[in-house]
Design a protein around this ligand. Structure first.
Ligand SMILES: *Cc1c(COP(=O)(O)O)cnc(C)c1O
Length: 378
């Protein structure tokens, strides 16, 4: 098999998605499966749909187009405000888009008229995280204007937290969002059907037993892929944290002094080199670098430490064990490393099929039993 490669276990992905769908269903909240970290890979999208997810969301129209080309018919939402220059493509392939600017909605409206279609709009509201969103005080005026655009259907409102500034979703900001939906319905007559409360970082709030209020949708990516709560990156009970792993190949393995020698200046990426301890260690180099991953986002198996990376070399300390050139090493990734690996043309992506679809039966694990087991290396 070629290296480096990402191995995505679609059975574990399906398990994670289905666990979240059923827990949230009990709270009256639907799940939009976010496909952007897998670049709209149709096999990933189909695993989400197989888990009971009804709608997909992606931040890039290119990914949505790729899923359409693969024959995926599920409702699709563009979860980043469209570029007006892409309005025609958005209207042609996405059913709904998230919006904050009337100029953009105007461009979508014109594109929808030209195409003889209708396009759904969810207005994003700024709730404090300072990424995208209409200020709450301006929302009513924006809704009034949005309702007048031909070929545009206002579907609802949404917000996104814990991205730019790390503002946590909580009972306060979620009930504020619910109240905005009520106010708009009173002013304009039941116009708000979807209230999309946020991303994976909303799960702690959503599963805490707090009243969901008007919140009836979440958009989930990271929690399905990595099984982690983005607020503290701790495992979510009952989910696999090892659905995705990265395999790289060793190209050098030598015993070397732990400290560099010579006159020390900056490294290739600016920082001072780590000083290291006295003595020597097995230093192993893998054919993997910053072009492929974020080295800070890699976790190796116990006893193996990632020392750093240049563009094309990943240095690891294998402690007392010697790993020869040509052997493979497996890592787990955080979201940042995963995004970079998915977008690197040098990293092969492999997807095992979920249960009932044939391949990789032998690799299918039974359902997780304990959080310790979920963390096990496979
Ligand atoms: C990426 C994204 C999501 C999904 O976030 P996760 O933390 O991966 O669940 C949801 N909503 C918007 C607007 C996004 O850009």
């Amino acid at each position: 098999m070629s290296a480096p490669r990402l191995e995505v276990d679609l059975e574990k992905i399906r398990h994670n998605a289905s666990a979240l769908v059923s827990q949230l269903r009990g709270r009256g909240i639907s799940v939009t499966g976010v496909t952007k970290a897998c670049l709209g890979e149709p096999r990933f999208a189909n695993a989400l749909l197989g888990a009971g997810i009804k709608g997909l969301g992606d931040s890039r129209i290119e990914n949505i187009e790729a899923m359409r080309r693969a024959g995926i018919k599920a409702p699709m939402t563009l979860i980043r405000s469209p570029m007006p220059s892409q309005a025609d493509r958005v209207v042609a392939h996405a059913d709904i888009s998230f919006n904050t600017e009337l100029d953009v909605i105007g461009a979508l409206s014109a594109a929808a008229r030209r195409a003889g279609r209708r396009h759904g709009v969810v207005l994003m509201v700024e709730m404090g995280d300072l990424r995208e969103g209409i200020m709450p005080g301006d929302l009513q005026e924006t809704v009034r204007a949005a309702l007048r655009f031909p070929n545009i259907d206002l579907k609802g409102i949404g917000t996104n937290l814990a991205c730019q500034s790390g503002v946590s979703p909580d009972a306060g900001n979620m009930s504020d969002l619910s109240r905005l939906a009520d106010v708009l319905d009173e002013a304009f007559g039941l116009v708000i059907r979807v209230v999309s409360g946020g991303n994976s970082s909303n799960l702690e709030w959503a599963l805490s037993g707090e009243k969901a209020g008007r919140i009836n949708n979440l958009r989930l990516g990271e929690s399905i892929l990595l099984g982690l709560n983005p607020l503290d990156r701790q495992p979510i009970e009952g989910l696999y944290t090892n659905a995705i792993s990265l395999v790289a190949e060793v190209i050098e393995a030598k015993t070397k002094p732990s400290r560099p020698w010579g006159k020390i200046a900056q490294t290739a990426f600016g920082a001072m080199p780590p000083s290291g301890q006295d003595g020597s260690a097995f230093r192993t180099i893998l054919a993997l670098g910053r072009q492929d991953i974020d080295p800070l986002g890699l976790t190796a198996a116990p006893g193996i430490e990632v020392l750093g990376a240049s563009s094309d070399h990943l240095m690891v300390d294998t402690g007392k064990s010697y790993v020869s050139a040509g052997s493979e090493m497996t890592f787990q990734l955080n979201y940042s490393a995963l995004l970079r690996a998915m977008t690197s043309p040098f990293v092969t992506k492999t997807y095992s099929l979920p249960a009932g679809q044939g391949a990789f039966e032998a690799r299918m694990a039974p359902g997780p039993r304990s959080s310790e087991e979920l963390h096990q290396w496979h």
